[in-house]
Write a protein that binds this ligand. Sequence first.
Ligand code: FAD
Length: 371
Amino acid sequence: MESANIVIIGAGVVGLSIASELSKDNESVYVFEKNRVFGAETSSHNSGVIHSGIYYPKGTLKATLSIKGNSMIYQICEKYGISYKRLGKLIVATGDRELKELEKIFQNGMNNGIDGIEMVDSDGVRRIEPAVQADAAIYVPSTGIVEPYDLMNYYYAKISKNGGIVALRTEVTGIRKSGDGYILDGISAGERFSVRCNTVINAAGLYSDRIAEIAGFDVDSLGYRLNYVKGDYFRVSGKPPVRMLVYPIPEASGLGIHLTPDLSGSVRLGPNAYEVDHIDYRVESKAEDFMASVMRFLPSISEYEIHEDSTGIRPQLRKKDGSYKDFIIRNEVDHGMPNFINLIGIESPGLTASPAIASYVSDIYKNEIRN
Ligand SMILES: Cc1cc2nc3c(=O)[nH]c(=O)nc-3n(C[C@H](O)[C@H](O)[C@H](O)COP(=O)(O)OP(=O)(O)OC[C@H]3O[C@@H](n4cnc5c(N)ncnc54)[C@H](O)[C@@H]3O)c2cc1C
């Protein structure tokens, strides 16, 4: 049987970033990816926003890893010529209820130490983005956009340079414990295979709960079960109505339908958020619902045409009581599976956090696994 040191399941932005970090100091690092190309799932179906970390409760993984990831991504982009723009963002509010929410977000941002955030009044909003109408807004200068595939190509190049391997068309179908390590079974380019390895890292995104389940974790009692929460996008035709990112007050399942310019300046609306029971990347929402939602803070949207663009699906941990769910990133020693690192519920801001997640996992590996 073939053997490997570390096997990472999933070549999305998270699996690739982890592999790029671990392959620096370790031999025989493999990434297994079921699709023909890497990054074809959530990592290429998102807004491409470099988030600031303003929304997440202080001290959580989402907060710490997105704040660290934000500055790491800008450094990587500058150093390696990856396409990005530090556009800045407005979070807008209208009416008493939204203004109270806005104040809470601002306080959270201050607690999290987000650089340069400012509260602006309605005149300030108009000065920054003349077409936007709101009673007040938070201006967040550290938010930007990146081209996700450029970032993933950078991680991929680093893995190759370090001697790691990304095996495409390689699906893991079985995982069993064997001695101090694990045996993975799967299908690679139509052929069955088995490989023995010391460490398994589950970075399978939307499928990470299934991977945990086939490895024997009791996914429901551990709270690892995922919901699929889909988000559609529409594209605005013609001259862009805004220059920077403009967001409403967040909703329970997502950040609310917002305006995101891409690197060419063309603006997308979305994503919305609705639960689905299977993975399918077709846009199912209606343009008029998007128009109505955005009209509240950008009345001139009615003069534009919008067209179906794309969709993404959030791997969202099930919330029984609507409570906050953090990323799960852990070496599963206390569940009887040492050297098995699960990453589950890596929804937004997973793209932003990807380099910081890699260094977090690398620390777990150095401190708890490698001896
Ligand atoms: C609508 C939407 C908008 C978002 N916007 C942003 C944003 O603006 N900024 C931000 O920071 N984050 C954003 N995110 C979050 C971000 O996209 C994700 O956190 C990130 O892409 C997750 O990457 P991943 O590698 O964990 O998952 P994925 O990209 O899903 O990769 C997992 C990989 O595992 C593979 N896999 C699964 N099962 C197996 C198996 N059995 N064997 C082999 N391979 C397998 C899959 O094929 C897949 O390629 C958004 C997400 C969504 C849905």
